[in-house]
Every structure is written in C-alpha cells, then in structure tokens.
Design a protein around this ligand. Structure first.
Ligand SMILES: [Ca+2]
Ligand SMILES: [Ca+2]
Length: 196
C-alpha cells in the first residue's frame, strides 16, 4: 500500500512536467520556409508555454496563392496556441517547389504581428521564428516568439510539417520526371544506333 502511494505521488509530481513539455526549434532563427515537394503540406500543432493568445496564419494573396498582398483578411487561419489541441492538423494545400510560405503570428493581446523569415519583416527588426529543418525525419519544426523586443525563447507557438526546406531546391538537379524522359531518350538513341 505504502509503495503504491509512493509510486502514485511520484507519478503525480511528474505529471505537470510531462503536460508542459513541448518541442521548441533549437536552430534556424530568421530562416524562410520553402516548399520542398508537391504533396499537400500538413501542419501539426506542437504546443506552447505563452501567456498571450496567438493566432497563426499562412499568408495568402487574393487568389489563394502564398504571398503577402497587404490584406490580412484573406490569409489562412491555422492554429491558436491556447485553443487548438496539441496534435491537431491543418492541410495547407499543395504548392510549387521552391515557393516561400510566410507564416504570420498575430498576438491578440497586443495586436503585434510577427513573421517567419528575415528579421526586417518584424516591427523590432529581430527574427521572431526559428525554422529547424529535419527536426524529425523529413519534418520541419517552426517556433515563434510573441514578445516585441524581448525574450526570444521562441516558446509561444510551435508547429511542424513535412515537405518543406530552408534552402532553395537546386534547379541544377533534374526532377525524377525529367530523369525518366532522359532515360527514354537514351534507350531510343541506343535503338536507333542498333538499327543503323
Ligand atoms: Ca493576404
Ligand atoms: Ca516568449
């Protein structure tokens, strides 16, 4: 009985730690999120330890394409750091390889807006997101900081997805489709040579 109680007490003392544990990107401040493949990009909410309530958006233009058209009303809402359950997912869609996806954090308590990518996009001229490529196999982790001019623990909203990279895909590397075409071409050439 005593042993059971001791185990229970230990378990309970560990519970808050387990409940608060969530991943924060360890590198990649100010990096951009680039599309790495044509499959749909599925975002997964990973958690937060923020006091403020933050809404995360993917910036879109009037045609629903990734980009900043100066109008926040047509952006895609993805997660709220307090309301969205950890592990919930949102399909962001499929995009051309190399397209930059700009994510915007709207801090509802202060009205501040912060962006993935270069520091110059943010009102305090400091990076507000870390973009860690290969956090897990083929998985990028993005973590936001919600405080203007300070903190920079990047603890205020984390989410992950597959199918993205942080360096532009090399245009010199042929796509599988062009490789296949090249293969067909070589086979054809060989056939012609044989005929000749
Ligand atoms: Ca927009
Ligand atoms: Ca913070």
């Amino acid at each position: 009985m005593k042993k059971t109680l001791a185990v229970l007490a230990t378990t309970l003392s560990l519970l808050p730690v387990v409940a608060n544990a969530f991943p924060i990107a360890s590198t990649g401040e100010g990096l951009s999120v680039l599309v790495g493949g044509t499959d749909p990009i599925i975002a997964t909410y990973q958690g937060n330890s923020a006091a403020y309530s933050n809404d995360l958006y993917l910036m879109l233009d009037g045609l629903g394409k990734p980009g900043d058209d100066g109008d926040v009303s047509n952006d895609l809402f993805i997660f709220n750091n307090h309301a969205s359950p950890v592990g919930s997912t949102v399909n962001l869609g499929s995009f051309a390889i190399g397209t930059e996806l700009i994510f915007r954090l709207h801090v509802t308590n202060t009205g501040d807006q912060f962006f993935t990518g270069a520091a110059s996009r943010n009102p305090d001229n400091h990076a507000h997101a870390r973009v860690q490529e290969n956090w897990a196999p083929d998985t990028t982790l993005v973590s936001f900081e919600d405080l203007l001019g300070g903190g920079y623990e990047y603890n205020d909203l984390s989410f992950s997805f597959t199918n993205t990279v942080t360096t532009p895909p090399n245009p010199g590397v042929p796509e599988p489709a062009s490789l296949a075409l090249l293969g067909i071409g070589l086979v054809g050439l060989r056939a012609l040579r044989r005929k000749a």
